[in-house]
Design a protein around this ligand. Structure first.
Ligand SMILES: Cc1ncc(COP(=O)(O)O)c(C=O)c1O
Length: 450
């Protein structure tokens, strides 16, 4: 009988070398939908912005420093020992029933009365967005979204070859008047809108929140126009000042498809989100989920359910809120102390982001390499539009760095902006003062503009 050689006695294989080439031999095989797939400004930035010497006000990573890892750890240990063989098995395409029940309890905090049967668990709310777009949009279909809008949603709409039309916002979020106008233009063009994608609470990136009155107005327009709404609500429980406002879904269960997530209220690494949809849509969602993943990750679902069962998750959300409020305060104080005249910003009442407007003549995208050289990073406003608008804006996030680092970041940013402004003054390229400030109305490019 021959014995197989000891692994150590095998001649060592040469290490596999990465073949790094920019030549793409597959270029004529890709589907047309890949043409719109480009790395976002945020993604390209991460490589430099994550260097320790850079204060990154760019990324939107939830700050999970305050999560009690001992509690989560013992909960996970118990999960493996008691239920491991089920939790590590395939599961239901719709998601585990006990988690869907818990999700209904979470949504109850924002006034939503829902049945677990109408919930589909997804791989983060990002996959919820993907599945919903897959269900409703053919190439060329029109999708409305705010101006600016969440960069990850724009990526999904691009991947499904949708035509995105931005709708202006003001200090109370999506403008009803701008929505009416957009619908009218589309009616005249004979185009049907598949849905309006909106982030009513603590908007990413604009930082604003729709008042209750505003929500009712938007719903009234939607009913009139038979417009489907996709409500994306990752930050709704992270408000600093008052109880959550009623969600659009709590005010209308037929016209609203609701996206939720545990990424900001627990931890993003489990990748658990959900879609709450009217029954007929939910049935299609489950079929789409099955073809995409067979089932959402079962172990993560058990882990989230165990966390909700074993831990004071409501208390933990309060801890997160206080931590983010302290960071928001640091950012607003830093901006007031360091940004030059002519810059404008809002004070978000929750969530992660501040939207900063620059004096006319300054360009946030052109300035970014100089900012990174000065060891501060942000996301230029153009990342949040599909049509090139936004160069006079930037998104700053306060969620991750410590308050001290946030203040230091705003100091560095102030220096960069002051230098840019002085340069523009020298060359006479500064535009007139802009009284409209951050509520500068969105101007869609005219059809003959690129
Ligand atoms: C508005 C918005 N929607 C969706 C997501 C995706 O969240 P996740 O897929 O982690 O649930 C994010 C993440 O930053 C977001 O800001």
């Amino acid at each position: 009988m021959t014995s197989s050689p000891e692994p150590s006695s095998r001649p060592a294989e040469p290490p596999v070398r990465r073949r790094d080439t920019r030549l793409d031999n597959y270029v004529d095989r890709y589907a047309v939908r890949t043409h719109g797939m480009t790395a976002s400004a945020i993604r390209a930035l991460f490589a430099v912005a994550n260097r320790p010497e850079v204060v990154s006000l760019a990324g939107g990573m939830p700050n999970i420093t305050d999560l009690p890892l001992d509690v989560v750890g013992s909960s996970l240990q118990r999960l493996v020992l008691d239920d491991g063989r089920v939790a590590m098995q395939y599961g239901s395409g719709q998601g585990e029933p006990m988690l869907r029940e818990a999700i209904c309890e979470v949504m109850g905090l924002e006034g939503i009365a829902a049945h677990p049967d109408d919930v589909t668990v997804t791989v983060g709310s990002q996959q919820g967005l993907d599945l919903v777009t897959r269900l409703f949009c053919d190439p060329g279909d029109v999708v409305l979204c705010e101006a600016p809008s969440y960069v990850g949603a724009l990526g999904v709409f691009r991947a499904y070859q949708c035509e995105v039309r931005h709708v202006g916002m003001d200090a109370e979020g999506l403008s009803p008047q701008a929505l009416r106008e957009a619908l009218e233009v589309l009616r005249q063009q004979g185009k049907r809108v598949k849905f309006l994608y909106t982030i009513p609470s603590f908007h990413n990136p604009a930082g604003v929140t729709q008042s209750e009155q505003r929500r009712r107005e938007i719903l009234a327009i939607a009913r009139e126009a038979d417009l489907l709404l996709i409500e994306d609500n990752p930050y709704g429980l992270l408000g600093f000042d008052h109880e959550p406002l009623p969600t659009l879904r709590s005010l209308d269960s037929e016209l609203v498809i609701y996206l939720g997530t545990f990424s900001k209220t627990f931890a993003p690494g489990f990748r658990i989100g959900w879609v709450l949809a009217p029954h007929a849509v939910r049935e299609k969602l489950v079929l789409a989920q099955e073809s995409a993943t067979l089932c959402p990750p079962v172990f993560s679902q058990f882990a989230v359910a165990a966390y909700l069962r074993d831990h004071d998750w409501r208390g933990q959300i309060k801890v997160f809120r206080e931590m983010y409020r302290e960071r928001r305060d640091a950012m607003i104080a830093g901006l007031a102390d360091h940004l030059p005249a002519g810059c404008t910003w809002n004070t978000p009442a929750g969530g992660f982001f501040v939207w900063v407007g620059l004096p006319a003549g300054l360009d946030a995208q052109a300035m970014l390499p100089r900012a990174v050289t000065a060891r501060v990073a942000y996301v230029p406003g153009t990342a949040f539009y599909t049509d090139g608008f936004g160069s006079r804006f930037m998104r700053l996030s306060y969620c991750y760095p410590t308050p001290e680092r946030i203040i230091e970041g705003t100091r560095r940013l102030g220096e960069v902006l002051n230098r840019e402004a002085a340069l523009h003054e020298t060359f006479g390229t500064v535009g007139p003062a802009d009284p409209a400030g951050p509520a500068l109305p969105y101007q869609a490019p005219r059809p003959n503009q690129s």
